[in-house]
Ligand binder design. Sequence first.
Ligand code: NAP
Ligand code: GDD
Length: 348
Amino acid sequence: MPRALITGITGQDGSYLSEFLVSKGYEVFGLVRRTSADPLERINDIVKEGSITLLSGNLRDLSTIRLAMEKAKPDEVYNLAAMSHVGVSFDCPDETWEVNYYGVGRVINEALRVNPKVSIYQASTSEMFGSTPPPQNEQSNFAPVSPYGESKLKAHNDFVKQYREKHNVFVCAGILFNHESPRRGKQFVTRKVTNSLAKIALGLQENFAVGNLEATRDWGFAGDYVKAMHSMLQQDKPEDFVIATGKSHSVRQLIEVGAKALNLDLHWEGSGLDEVAKDSSGVVRVKVDKKFYRPVEVDDLRGDSSKAQKALGWKPEVSFDQLIEMMVKADYDSLKKEIGTDEGKVGK
Ligand code: NAP
Ligand code: GDD
């Protein structure tokens, strides 16, 4: 039975990946930090089944990673742990670099110490492309514009490319474009929008505010993307792959698709910071607030995943509309369950 260690197992991707690897017959170990706000929120079911072993550790703390590696003795390591919020990285650059750069070195070095033949996946990101215009693929220039993107790029260059080319280590980076799900953190724009719209539909909230409506992202489904992580480690030689849908949508379109899924009839009025979306009764449901703008924005991301489609046989299965509908429905159903009512209040 192959053994896999996942850092960041409590996050969105870690939860889907752990389920996928268990379904493939892996013995799965997950690194969990003691300060995790709600470590079991996304992995409760699989932990209850007794299918995975949780080990205490923090990417900032070498000794904890060392102990975890010694216990897990992994054949495969998936390094998903990160300070993953781009906006927050401008406020917390030190924490960002500590986890997203130095932490990666700690994980890779300790994994190699217990098993020199280990296969390692590093969670690189489309944020590394920054201001490079789309479509972005493995040959595109990297031009990050945030501490998050910069720290991820330096980890990519120093610990993925260098270790592979100079030290012959089996380490691959997935350059993943945005991927979402009902398990996405509520501080990311898709989940913030689907959760807020569901609350509006249930009469729990009057409106919400967002930042840049025009930024576009290539949004796919996280459940599809974790399969690509696994495939990369099953190749004969380690390589990096862009994983993306090839289609991009704006934050404005995201709100429109989410509202439609809830039969909320929204229309836009005004412009710039004064722009709002009103419902058919003229009630303001969406506002724009400067505080949600980034100091520097990545305007446009759209990936070209043809290399992965050809070499890994990977392709996205869930469309943008299906993804947002899935997220809206999950938020609506769970909120409805929480408040114990079958009746929405919007439109009544
Ligand atoms: P996420 O939901 O924010 O999960 C991040 C995980 O990292 C959580 O389990 C968190 O644990 C853990 N973590 C943070 N700091 C840590 C530390 N100091 N020590 C140990 N664990 C720590 O992120 P995600 O969306 O699943 O993304 C997974 C990875 O893919 C990240 O590296 C992210 O940067 C990268 N990525 C994501 C996307 C995307 O669109 N989702 C795209 C490209 C790349 P706690 O529960 O304790 O907070
Ligand atoms: N979070 C957030 N909140 N973003 C907003 C908001 C808001 O209220 N309003 C507009 N946006 C815009 C952001 O400015 C950005 O252009 C876009 O929505 C997406 O923001 P996020 O959902 O926070 O994701 P991200 O693209 O910055 O980062 C995610 O994807 C990266 C891959 O490209 C994260 O998952 C990163 O970890 C990942 O590497």
